[in-house]
Design a protein around this ligand. Structure first.
Ligand code: UDP
Length: 244
């Protein structure tokens, strides 16, 4: 792998969280292969710098337990199981795209499905990272009533990542919804406590609390900006840093 020693890296090991919605593109549902290919390229480029990458993908582009319950006809636990399976579909799409770009990956699932993914075993997952494989973590936490943001917070710590990078459709954390308020102010930095107290739209409270507990810094950023992932691992201050 090409590692350029003249380019110091701010982060050596990252946990990247992508929401399922990021994969839809202009479609109302499902996976846009061009978007997946573009994100896969960003990941491959960052890995070429020598960064170890674990990826947690959501499933909201296919199925969300809570929404299914709201529409009726499915019990919450079943709905969440369906949601977790949706994340596996997205994980396989990424595996295909990243391997198509020439980089080895391993999909590790929190729900055992040995024909298509390895079970998530922390030590083994770290070993894959050390061998420069991109580790794609599927099926959330494996438990209903959680989100993939919480799975990302959990895995970030388990994988001993330097940072959790939360890719969103906006360029950081705002004091109010920037789509509805022209005077919304973006934070360059914000504490976990402020996020919780002001109910800022970063991640759900369980995920934020876990990051606070484990002192895992979070960078909320817009993945669509030019080379944003690369710029962040090289130390550029993009998006919003959530910390103690
Ligand atoms: N889910 C779950 N437990 C987990 C992670 C996810 O039950 O640990 C289910 C839940 O139904 C959730 C769905 O999987 O709605 C998809 O995940 P999420 O909504 O977090 O995806 P994203 O919003 O990131 O696309």
């Amino acid at each position: 792998m090409d590692k350029d020693p003249s380019q110091p890296l701010k982060y050596q090991r990252i946990l990247l969280k992508l929401s399922g919605e990021a994969l839809m593109g202009d479609q109302p549902f499902g996976i846009d292969p061009q978007i997946v290919a573009k994100i896969a390229k960003d990941i491959v480029d960052v890995r070429a710098l020598g960064v170890q990458i674990a990826l947690v993908v959501g499933g909201g582009n296919i199925f969300r337990g809570v929404q299914a319950v709201a529409r009726g006809g499915v019990d919450r636990v079943t709905g969440d199981h369906m949601g977790m399976l949706a994340t596996v579909i997205n994980a396989l799409a990424f595996q295909d795209a990243i391997e198509g770009a020439g980089v080895a990956t391993r999909v590790m699932s929190a729900i055992e499905m040995n024909k298509i993914a390895e079970p998530f075993i922390q030590r083994r997952a770290i070993r894959h990272l050390e061998k420069d494989r991109v580790v794609i973590l599927a099926a959330g936490t494996g438990n209903p009533f959680f989100t993939t943001d919480t799975a990302a917070a959990l895995r970030a710590k388990e994988m001993q990542a330097d940072v959790m990078l939360k890719a969103t459709m906006v360029d950081g954390v705002y004091d109010k919804d920037p789509k509805q308020h022209a005077d919304a102010k973006k934070y360059d930095e914000v504490t976990y406590q402020e996020v919780l107290e002001r109910r800022l739209a970063v991640m759900d409270a369980t995920a934020i609390s876990l990051c606070r507990e484990t002192r895992m810094p979070i960078v909320v950023f817009d993945l669509n900006g030019p080379h944003n992932l690369m710029r962040i691992v090289r130390g550029e201050r993009l998006g919003t840093l959530v910390r103690d």
